[in-house]
Design a protein around this ligand. Structure first.
Ligand SMILES: [Zn+2]
Length: 94
């Protein structure tokens, strides 16, 4: 199944997850809805820049569609803007 997801807004409406994957094996997951609220729904997910804290090469970005009946056990990084500062906190995906 291929569907063109060219904005974070579309990905958010489909409840998708963004996977940022570094060549060293470092992985982080984000809810597209969280990224859309922080970066704007018109942003192309592939244009979002992630850096690996370990080695800082280019990070590969993939947008994932989830089966709600078989949710993967992953940690998503959620934006927290309390206090006016944006911080990303890990949270178990439910
Ligand atoms: Zn890395």
């Amino acid at each position: 199944m291929t569907r063109t997801i060219d904005t974070l807004g579309k990905a958010a409406r489909h409840g998708m997850i963004l996977r940022a994957e570094c060549g060293c094996g470092n992985l982080r997951y984000y809810r597209c809805s969280d990224l859309a609220s922080v970066l704007g729904g018109g942003r192309d997910p592939r244009s979002v820049k992630f850096r690996c804290e370990a080695c800082r090469p280019k990070v590969k970005v993939t947008v994932l569609e989830l089966d709600r009946d078989r949710m993967p056990k992953i940690t998503v990084w959620k934006p927290d803007t309390a206090g006016g500062n944006l911080k990303w906190r890990p949270e178990q995906l439910k």
